[in-house]
Design a protein around this ligand. Structure first.
Ligand SMILES: [Ca+2]
Ligand SMILES: [Ca+2]
Ligand SMILES: [Ca+2]
Ligand SMILES: [Ca+2]
Length: 719
């Protein structure tokens, strides 16, 4: 559902869909003659079952049909609750605001709960949790106990079932944006993180994050959101969460504008306060997944046809390069210039994501053409080994669900591809994936000839399709779900170890409320030296949030031999606002480049007078090859470029001209960088491509030193 049509559909059709989307008076098109009826298509449970028989599950896995039309249609996003019930955002009224087919479900789209009451692996009890036109094709759902967060741009609602009958009784407004909605690149799903916070993202159709004045606002249960006062959200750095506006004349961001661009990803408290902008300049980062260490993973859709769909490890506070940082230009301008200079076709994705520019975080993986959708991290033990602890991701374009087994590489990671679920059915369009409390994967299938992009073939409500599959190890057809009473500490501890996010939310909240009363049980899990480090990390997150115990547990975890646990501890220390400097003094010498990467992130905007020295210690350990590490150093410099750079120069002296030193000069935007760049550019031994590389760095620096550098370079060219 990612702004793209299948390859069999012509570009002209894509364009016409786009123009429809942009037409200011699109409503008048509704009077045009009705689109032709869709081709006859088998539908209903029997057709769905027959098609599931032909699906291909990954090695050691089997797929079964959990639910199908007419129980649900067009699932855009799902969540699975602690009882194993699948919650679905339907999209029968997809693009009803401007496409000629208009409203197909007159009472508005539904949020469904699909329950398998006899645990035979097949849903048998559908409940309409909510129905309204304000949730037409909502792109995100997150079940948090009796509260459900629905992302439906321009609104993010909290729906609450106060009496437990499976129907919403209360509606509140958590966030809002300035988009028109009804677009695949809007506000996406919220997820609960191991730190007790919410993580969420939006694609580049949203330009500004707002919220009601005074925070969470009560609304009538149904209907349009009444007029009210709202405000732009300011994030942790005091910046408005708003796409940086570029003035046309100078091609520069407006005065006072921020670096934020395009798609972004965030963290906030459960009540929506304390928003932090964690990454920006994505195109359509459809969902974010957070693992137990607090590491973020996303996909992103390329500009269609560039074979550049990417999977990202989201290094906090990174710019991900969808548009040119300085001009806001798309990829094609830079690519055109590069082609003139002989760049090869295979380099196109690198230009597409501006990866040759200083200040752009690299990608984990590029997966070619696609329309990436839902994502999760599988932290369960039901599935066989290769899928454990891995990112699992839907791509509706090539019609595949894949795992991306990740390995450490320097300060970042590398990943490979491993199929989880494919189908010969040309309507198979996986839209989302969740891990159930039984440890199985639940995959929603939008099921259409196309992947969205403002179009759909499935336009008759009576025959509309939509499916949920369950993927489990071969022979496992009946979900086993423990009945937990989260008010009991022992049950809550079991829940904390669940691979299901909704279960973990209930367990986390309960254990967090117990505070010191839960400490001994949490300690037992933490001290289980053979225990899965991810489970230990979950325990640590709670131990370090027992008032008065924060330092003790952070310091204990910083001595762990597992680098991910040291990273987790440093993240907790940052979040708990502990004095980081004593920790960083040791950690900047950590043998793990990933831990040192986190040190750099921790130094960003750090006011300590010791910060430049600590940063310089990190910079001295750059190997001249690791782009992740270099970009971590770079984003740490934000606002303190000169102090950090000077500290490094003081350390390295005239030995700055090494492969690593040249990298740092290229990435830094310090006042002294232009003078050194001139030396590199005018050096007789510097090759032509290297000159281009260093010249590009000058574009990102402003001031007299840069102007002087340009004069010096042009003088040397004349001589
Ligand atoms: Ca989801
Ligand atoms: Ca059943
Ligand atoms: Ca209710
Ligand atoms: Ca469908």
């Amino acid at each position: 559902m990612n702004f793209k049509l299948p390859s069999s559909t012509s570009t002209a059709r894509t364009l016409s869909a786009l123009m429809l989307a942009l037409a200011p008076h699109a409503a008048s098109l509704a009077q045009d003659k009705k689109p032709p009826p869709p081709p006859p298509r088998a539908h209903g449970p029997e057709a769905a079952l027959a098609e599931v028989q032909k699906m291909v599950a990954g090695e050691g896995l089997q797929v079964s049909l959990f639910a199908s039309e007419p129980m649900l249609v067009n699932p855009a996003d799902i969540d699975v609750d602690a009882q194993g019930r699948v919650w679905v955002c339907e999209g029968a009224n997809y693009r009803s605001t401007f496409q000629r087919w208009g409203i197909l479900r007159p009472d508005g789209d539904r949020i469904m709960i699909l329950e398998d009451s006899n645990r035979d692996g097949v849903a048998d009890k559908p409940t309409v949790f909510y129905q309204d036109h304000t949730v037409n094709t909502a792109l995100g759902i997150c079940v948090l106990g009796n509260r459900v967060i629905i992302s439906s741009s321009p609104n993010v609602f909290v729906l609450t079932d106060t009496d437990g009958d499976g129907r919403a009784d209360k509606r509140e407004l958590l966030f809002e944006d300035t988009s028109k909605g009804d677009h695949d690149h809007c506000m996406h799903a919220f997820v609960f993180g191991p730190d007790g916070k919410l993580y969420f993202n939006f694609g580049n159709e949203v330009k500004e994050l707002r919220r009601p004045k005074g925070g969470l606002m009560a609304l009538p249960l149904h209907g349009k959101v009444p007029a009210h006062e709202s405000e732009t959200v300011l994030d942790q750095s005091g910046r408005p969460v708003k796409s940086g506006v570029l003035t046309e004349r100078a091609g520069q961001p407006d005065k006072g504008a921020n670096p934020y661009r395009q798609g972004m990803v965030f963290r906030c408290e459960l009540d929506g306060s304390g928003v932090e902008t964690l990454g920006w300049n994505f195109r359509n980062n459809y969902e974010v997944a957070v693992d137990s260490f607090g590491t973020l993973w996303q996909s992103d859709n390329d500009d269609d046809g560039n074979r550049g769909v990417r999977i990202n490890y989201v290094m906090e506070f990174g710019n991900y390069g969808y548009t040119d940082e300085l001009t806001g230009a798309g990829w094609s301008q830079g690519w055109k210039k590069a082609q003139e200079k002989g760049a090869k076709e295979e380099e196109r994705p690198f230009y597409h994501w501006h990866l040759y520019d200083p200040g752009v975080v690299p990608n984990l993986l590029q997966t070619g053409n696609g329309s990436p959708t839902g994502i999760a991290v599988y932290e369960g033990t039901l599935l066989p080994e290769p899928f454990r602890n891995q990112i699992i991701h839907c791509d509706a374009g090539p019609r595949v669900v894949r795992a991306y087994p990740v390995q450490n590489q320097g300060a970042g990671y590398r990943a490979s591809l491993l199929n989880v679920l494919t189908s010969p059915d040309s309507w198979y369009r996986p839209s989302d994936i969740c891990v159930g409390p039984d440890g199985a994967l639940y995959i929603s299938d939008w099921h259409d000839a196309g992947v969205g992009g403002h179009n759909m073939a499935d336009r008759v409500l009576e025959s509309m399709t939509g499916r949920i599959y369950r993927v489990a190890p071969k022979g496992d057809s009946k979900p086993k779900i423990a009945k937990l009473n989260f008010q009991r500490a022992s049950d809550a501890m079991t829940g904390l170890q669940s691979p299901n996010m909704a279960t973990r939310y209930l367990a986390w909240t309960s254990l967090h409320a117990m505070q010191a009363k839960a400490e001994s049980r949490l300690l037992k899990l933490w001290n289980g030296k053979n225990a899965d480090p991810r489970l230990r990390a979950r325990s640590l997150q709670l131990l370090a949030r027992i008032p008065g115990q924060e330092k003790k547990y952070v310091e204990t975890a910083l001595k762990e031999s597992n680098a991910d646990l040291r990273i987790c501890a440093l993240r907790i220390a940052r979040e708990r606002k502990l004095d980081l400097i004593p920790y960083l003094r040791t950690l900047v010498q950590d043998p793990s480049a990933q831990v040192r990467r986190e040190c750099a992130i921790a130094l960003r905007h750090h006011p300590s007078p010791e910060a430049p020295k600590l940063w310089a210690a990190l910079a001295r350990q750059h190997d001249g090859k690791d782009r992740w590490y270099l970009e971590a150093l770079g984003l740490a410099m934000d606002g303190q470029e000169n102090a950090f750079f000077d500290a490094w120069l003081a350390d390295v002296g005239d030995k700055w001209n090494s492969p690593a030193g040249r990298d740092i000069v290229w990435r830094s935007r310090a006042s002294k960088a232009p003078g050194l760049l001139v030396k590199l550019i005018t050096d007789k031994n510097t090759t032509a491509p290297e000159k281009e590389h260093y010249l590009r760095a000058l574009d990102f620096i402003k001031g007299a030193e840069k102007d002087a550098a340009l004069v010096e370079i042009s003088t040397s060219l004349l001589n």
